[in-house]
Design a protein around this ligand. Structure first.
Ligand SMILES: Nc1ncnc2c1ncn2[C@@H]1O[C@H](COP(=O)(O)OP(=O)(O)OP(=O)(O)O)[C@@H](O)[C@H]1O
Length: 295
């Protein structure tokens, strides 16, 4: 086990931003920390990267209870750059903390600039960089010392579709070499690069596991029913209907208790209802995600 987190909590004055979070990361595992705004993603990642002291809980990194910053690369959500520095100067500045010799550092800087596609801009001032270029530079900085764990806070949220694609592709390449924990509020980003997700809401883990398991989580069938008649009162009078969502006055998504779809259909016909649509809803990963988030 590379990293193990047990009942990690962070309280800002009276506000509990992270509540007893438990999480394990294996070597070269890629995990997405998913959650809406304010769910505690940044707070969690800041604690794991050693920048924020937890209020309570335990972090064990490579068998030790102290975080080894040499083994962790961190890209914050809003990295701060000195706009008057060139990309190379910035990486030299950041690399001084990495204990590499001058020669090793220069070699590593060239390697990283090439990896993130900034070779041609290496002597240009950061002040003239686009958001995408800055994000690439931030990624280069986080990887400079070959960390075992790369922690990325919303690495693609501020990027346009092509910048997003580029950074996600880089992450795909990196995950063969190191473990990656990254935050996002977009399920699709998580799907692109990793198999495991941890879903946070209001500082609490709502769901953790593989995307496949999330997809299969909801095996209960949902039926889409659309009729000429208004449905709300009719549905409410049916004891065999467990849950429903009205999508319009005359349409609903319905889950049943121990009743067959034929029973629902027969009941509609018996009530002389005119059916415009009746089908089994295909559950997408997004549906499963939204269900967990809204629980
Ligand atoms: N320094 C702070 N002082 C007080 N409250 C804070 C502080 N930092 C964060 N919070 C609060 O803690 C909660 C979690 O914030 P956090 O930034 O960790 O969430 P997040 O999931 O990263 O959000 P976002 O997606 O918007 O970046 C929020 O309610 C936020 O307002």
């Amino acid at each position: 086990m590379l990293l193990s987190v047990e009942k990690l909590s962070k309280k800002y004055k009276n506000h509990l931003a992270v509540n007893e979070l438990t999480l394990n990361i294996e070597d070269r595992q890629c995990i997405a920390l998913l959650g809406p705004n304010g769910s505690g993603k940044t707070t969690t990642l800041s604690m794991l990267s050693g920048l924020l002291t937890p209020t309570s809980g335990k972090i064990v990194f490579q068998g030790r209870t102290s975080i080894d910053r040499q083994e962790i690369g961190f890209l914050p959500q809003y990295p701060a750059f000195f706009s008057w520095m060139t990309a190379t100067e910035y990486l030299h500045f950041a690399g001084k903390l990495s204990h590499l010799t001058k020669r090793e550092l220069q070699k590593k800087i060239n390697e990283m600039l090439s990896f993130v596609g900034l070779e041609d801009a290496k002597n240009k001032k950061i002040g003239g960089f686009s958001g995408g270029m800055k994000q690439r530079l931030g990624l280069a900085q986080a990887m400079l010392h070959d960390p075992k764990l790369l922690i990325l806070d919303e690495p693609v949220s501020a990027l346009d579709p092509s910048g997003r694609r580029d950074v996600l592709n880089m992450m795909m390449e990196l995950k063969n070499k190191m473990a990656i924990l990254f935050s996002t509020h977009v399920l699709h980003d998580a799907e692109q690069v990793c198999d495991h997700i941890v879903m946070l809401k209001d500082g609490t883990v709502r769901w953790a596991g593989t995307l496949d398991a999330l997809r299969k989580r909801n095996t209960e069938e949902t039926f889409i029913l659309s009729t000429e008649e208004k449905l709300e009162n009719w549905i409410k009078s049916k004891e065999y209907i467990k849950e429903f969502i009205l999508t319009s006055e005359t349409s609903a998504e319905i889950k049943l208790i121990d009743a067959s779809r034929n029973h629902l259909l027969e009941d509609c016909i018996k009530n002389n209802m005119t059916i415009n649509r009746f089908e089994v809803k295909n559950h997408t990963l997004e549906d499963a995600y939204m269900e967990v988030v809204n629980q």
